[in-house]
Design a protein around this ligand. Sequence first.
Ligand code: NAD
Length: 455
Amino acid sequence: METEKTTDAVERLRAYFSAGKTKPIPWRQAQLDALLAMIEERGRDIADALEADLGKAAAESYLTEIDFTKAEIKHLRRHLSSWTRPKRTHTPSYLRPARSYTLLEPLGTVTVIGPFNYPFQLVLCPVAGALAAGNTVIVKPSEHSPATAELVEQLLVEYLDEEAVAVVQGGVEETSELLAQRVDHIFFTGSSRVGKIVAKAAAENLTGYTLELGGKSPAIVEPGSDLKAAANRIVWGKFTNAGQTCIAPDYVLAVGGCEEELTEELGEAVRRMFGNSPAESPDYGRIVNTDSFDRLARYLDDGKAAVGGGRNRDRLYIAPTVLTDVSVDSPVMREEIFGPILPVVPVETLEDAVGFVNRGEKPLSLYGFCASESSKRKLLTRTSSGAVGFGIPLAHCGVPGLPFGGVGHSGQGSYHGKYSLEAFSHRKSVLDKPLMPDTMAFVYAPWTSFKQKVM
Ligand code: NAD
């Protein structure tokens, strides 16, 4: 495929947006329909690309990427016309007669920059939101999942109005060049480190942005909760995509002496899901590349592998691992793990767990496996995170009515469903007052003493 220069792509997309082609609701609906047809017809190709990049099992790809994205687009498609209707609001009596309302207007040309870990979903869901909001869009998939990046480019050009979309491929250099262009919004998913680079670049042009970042999402487990069920859910949430999930539980805080029993249950759950030899399991993914593998392999030295611990660099395999005896100052507890290593850290009380979480940056998600409603309330009111999941990790991102995003270092802004429309639009305020009758004479100069008295 011939590569278009980034500057040319931006100019082309700006011109198409300015011509007003992308604003009509039927055009937007047609783009969403085309994306749905694309997923319907090319699901197998998408699953194959994900397998090539990350060793994902097809069933996992359908659940977390292909069908997930389809559901998100269907939801947008179903509600688009009602969500884009003007929203009336009350007009105060001193301004009447008049109408006050807001409406969503597209921002213009927007950039979507994706990460490697869910390289289909995390590019396509924002693209769907951007098009639904009536923008033109430049996509930059991750260079670390090249098969999916290549396929996404082919598919977008084939299925969408190609005048409204451009795909830029590449890594740091190409993304930096893209960030230097003046666009109308930058939607970035990736690490907090690169998020800062994006925010600085956006500031140069006062461009708005959405940052979907990462961090250390804790799972807090209380004794008295069902430890076997909690272990199942945590193992599922942690080891899906070999731990390379932004909202995976990063570590566990085991409250009140439940760490031993919980660690045993975690081991059992790993065996139930991936067998005695996860390296042979068709359902267990691989680490994206040797750089990530080497980083993760170093974490294995930060504690005792109570479960797993095996690795194979040639096969980019790291076993689903539960680490105990971990120092809270070690790298595995200071840095975002983003791989299949789960430290279990004992804390005496729920209060200690709250203190532990609050000493770090605000996480993207916090998971509570609680023994009572008052414990849930404590976690909800005493900590801050992008989202909270009680009894289950990950799944909140599949609830169409919930905004998805972080807070502080885990992100800024949110998306999914109607929040995607808001993210990719400006909500414009309109006051519409007839010129006659002229009810405003009381604010015109001169400020007579009578006027001052009645004001
Ligand atoms: P990353 O930040 O390394 O890369 C993301 C994108 O930024 C890629 O397209 C890459 O090409 C580009 N990039 C990398 N370095 C750059 C630089 N110096 N200048 C300009 N662009 C640069 O992230 P990743 O490794 O692909 O993904 C993992 C991270 O993303 C984790 O921190 C994870 O928590 C986070 N993440 C967040 C979400 C979310 O929805 N909040 C989802 C997935 C991943």
